[in-house]
Design a protein around this ligand. Structure first.
Ligand code: GLA
Length: 729
């Protein structure tokens, strides 16, 4: 519920459990007065403290009011260079070369429903949303700034976006434009970020904010394996079930920066948006720029609730039809089974090995096109390699379908190999500065997706493939970071736009695919989880979570991922043991348990499995399908921290608490292991439950005292407990 008090210029956003408020004060500065547990409302500007602080300037119109300084007041969207020395949100460079921004409140508008953002991913929905638009102006630079707020009350979700319009007569260079600024009038906060690298993404890192700026970012052109555009600020003591937490997510797939600043007044500020490094947008008179959407969830009751609110919002209000909350196929992918070395017959043989095991979709990975026998060549030539696949997809797809499986394939549309026909014909279509040698990544270059003609060409090629055979799925990969960023299509003073235009280009192509092939399932990937963000999820309802398929490492990666992203977004497969990435040996049961905490599938030659293993796989796929809704759409609880605890445990519970699936993978074998009980969550304390069809366990006992864990023999043993409420009669 949004409440506008126009007289006092107080704007209050209530969600089910939280309240967010701002107020335009006597100098028309938009102050951020409160964000936290739900309050009754009223004007909360009484919370703001004023003091004369040395070296904190006073705005001109404040005259001698020495206790009025932008440097000490909580701002809704911070200014730049006019007396607030904390992190700026926006920076204008008009033709005089100044680089300031001084925003004053001008007006606001309330709308039913959710605002949309042209060409950008954004949460969507109907009348369950309300939108507030606040207009601010920098009078000297003649820049209008519109702040958008979307409120999804039941989910405690507040989305934000920013649109900047040049209303002057001269050109203005926009040097930064954050999506979100959030000031806290308290110092006792921890910052949690999700960091890592290729094959070890999104490992949580938590530390108290210390004085100064702490920031994670990406300047790789994609959101990156190294940091995720999702961060949390929380009370020092906050854990899964207790404490005040704020999650902030950027719905964007390119360069980003999440910066938190702790000041000497302990007024902490979080600024989230496109990384200002290498960013500069030139706005001619009348032109506008829209910053990507950001989304906030505040949970007064711990990290677990915050995650569940994000999960549900992403599942129901970001991922789009026909995949929103819907059943997706159990797939098998040939990558780790063959790498580049396959023929049509070999693929059919592999698919044959999977037939009858409950696999719905066969995915042909890299190596099927152009001269792609290694990763040194072929990218850009999206035509079937007839030597490997005689007769093309027209011949192969029916053979796979005859085995009872749909067919999908791998593409890496944004890239080009120098050894390709496409590159020989259009060398200037790759990013790079003429006369300067370019860095290669995985021996490939990046196509300039900021250019329409490049996208049109690639799109036509993709269409030809999709139209040639019944293809129901594509894996959209992206296997290097952007370097040597320069576009032959833009003038010198617009080169700071290339990275953002590139991302908009990716979104444009994905949107065209969705428009023309509405039932095509797209799984995105970037060397695993190098572009695992809400921006991609808007177009691709699932993302290959990591190139690391080892079950034990995966549990850590999936644990970190779960703080923001729902199980249904997490591409996860069973692969061979010993594992291809780290050589670890795990049982098929354990690998299945880990992969079921995602979209579930296989990345191995199932034909090589023993009859016993095949029976296990058949049971796993049947179990997964039987409990699909619970696993994918249930309320997710982290029951342990696999980085710190001797086991990884998590749970999906039905919202009504009548059933739950508890999964656990123990650590390395341990003699004389202590007795342990696992406390469950999300059950109804008043109900009684069977566990895997047996026993009679009261809900309150399971939640308060816990379920006694067995003594495990061997390394990394796993457990799946299906709990079902016993009916009262
Ligand atoms: C990336 C992906 C892998 C696989 C290879 C193919 O690394 O993450 O899953 O598709 O590319 O080259």
């Amino acid at each position: 519920m949004i409440i506008l008090d126009q007289e006092n210029r107080v704007f209050t956003l209530h969600t089910q459990n939280t309240t967010y408020q701002m107020k335009a004060d006597r100098h028309s500065i938009l102050l951020h007065t409160y964000y936290g547990p739900r309050l009754r409302g009223g004007d909360l500007s009484c919370l703001i403290q004023y003091a004369d602080r040395g070296f904190s300037p006073n705005p001109n119109e404040a005259g001698d009011e020495r206790d009025y300084s932008l440097d000490t007041l909580p701002q809704e969207y911070s200014s730049c260079g006019v007396g607030d020395f904390r992190l700026p949100s926006v920076e204008f460079e008009p033709e005089d070369g100044s680089r300031l921004a001084d925003l004053r409140y001008e007006g606001c508008e309330l709308r039913r429903g959710k605002y949309g953002l042209e060409g950008l991913p954004a949460f969507w929905g109907g009348d369950e949303w309300e939108t507030l638009v606040i207009r601010m102006r920098d009078a000297a630079a003649k820049m209008l700034v519109e702040l958008y707020y979307g409120v999804l009350e039941e989910r405690d979700l507040i989305t934000r976006a920013v649109r900047v319009v040049n209303q002057g007569t001269g050109t203005v260079r926009l040097r930064r434009c954050a999506s979100l600024c959030l000031d806290f009038q308290r110092g006792d906060l921890d910052l949690i970020t999700f960091d890592g690298c290729h094959t070890m993404e999104r490992c949580p890192s938590r530390a108290p904010l210390r004085p100064g700026i702490q920031c994670v970012n990406s300047v790789r052109g994609a959101s990156s394996h190294h940091h995720n555009p999702f961060v949390i600020l929380c009370e020092h003591g906050a854990n899964e079930d207790y404490g005040l937490c704020y999650g902030a997510m950027l719905v964007y797939s390119g360069n980003f920066q999440a910066a938190a600043e702790r000041t000497w007044l302990e007024n902490n500020r979080l600024v989230l948006g496109i990384d200002p490094c290498n960013f500069c947008f030139t706005l001619a008179p009348g032109e506008a720029f829209t910053a990507p959407e950001a989304a906030l969830v505040c949970s007064p009751a711990g990290l677990g609730r915050m995650s569940r609110q994000f999960h549900r919002s992403l599942r129901e209000n970001l991922i789009r039809d026909p995949f929103q909350g819907k059943r997706r196929p159990v797939l098998m992918n040939n990558w780790e089974a063959t790498y580049f070395d396959f023929t049509a017959d070999r693929l059919v043989e592999i698919a044959g090995g999977a037939a009858g095991l409950g696999i719905d979709l066969f995915v042909m990975d890299d190596g099927w096109f152009g001269s792609r026998d290694t990763d040194l060549s072929g990218l850009g030539d999206w035509e079937v390699n007839q030597e490997k696949l005689p007769g093309g997809l027209e011949a192969l797809v029916p053979r796979i379908r005859a085995l009872g499986m749909d067919f999908g394939l791998w593409l890496e549309p944004e890239m080009v190999s120098e050894n390709s026909r496409l590159y020989r014909e259009h060398p200037d279509w790759a990013l790079g500065v003429p006369g300067r040698p370019r860095a290669r990544g995985r021996s490939q270059l990046v196509l300039d997706f900021s250019r329409r003609e490049v996208r049109d060409y690639i799109y036509k090629a993709i269409r030809n493939i999709l139209d040639s055979a019944g293809i129901t799925y594509i894996k959209w990969d992206m296997n290097r970071s952007l370097s040597d960023v320069w576009s032959a299509a833009l003038p010198a003073d617009r080169q700071g736009e290339v990275c953002h235009r590139y991302v908009l280009g990716v979104y444009d192509l994905l949107e065209r695919l969705r428009r023309d092939y509405p039932r095509l399932l797209i799984e995105s990937c970037s060397g695993g989880g190098g572009r695992f963000d809400a921006g991609m999820l808007y177009y691709t309802p699932q993302i290959w979570c990591s190139d690391n398929t080892d079950a034990v490492d995966r549990l850590r990666i999936q644990y970190g991922t779960s703080f923001c992203y729902p199980v249904s977004a997490v591409g996860a497969h069973v692969s061979v043991s010993p594992n291809e990435q780290n050589g670890r040996v795990t049982s098929l049961e354990t690998r299945g348990t880990a992969a079921m905490s995602g979209t579930f599938g296989f990345e191995m030659d199932l034909g090589r499995c023993t009859p016993e293993e095949r029976a296990v796989i058949r049971r796993q796929t049947a179990f997964f399908k039987e409990h699909y809704d619970l696993i994918q759409n249930g309320d997710y609880y982290r029951l342990s921290d696999p980085f710190a605890d001797p086991y990884a445990a998590w749970e999906q519970a039905a919202p009504d608490g009548r059933e739950a699936l508890v999964s656990l993978v123990a650590g390395p074998a341990q003699a004389a292991a202590p007795f342990r009980r696992l406390r469950l969550r999300g059950l109804d304390p008043a109900l009684r439950y069977t566990v895997n069809g047996q026993g009679d366990y009261p809900g309150d006992v399971l939640m308060e005292a816990g379920y006694p864990l067995p003594m495990f023999q061997g390394d990394y043993q796993s457990l799946q407990l299906y709990l079902s409420a016993v009916s009262e009669d």
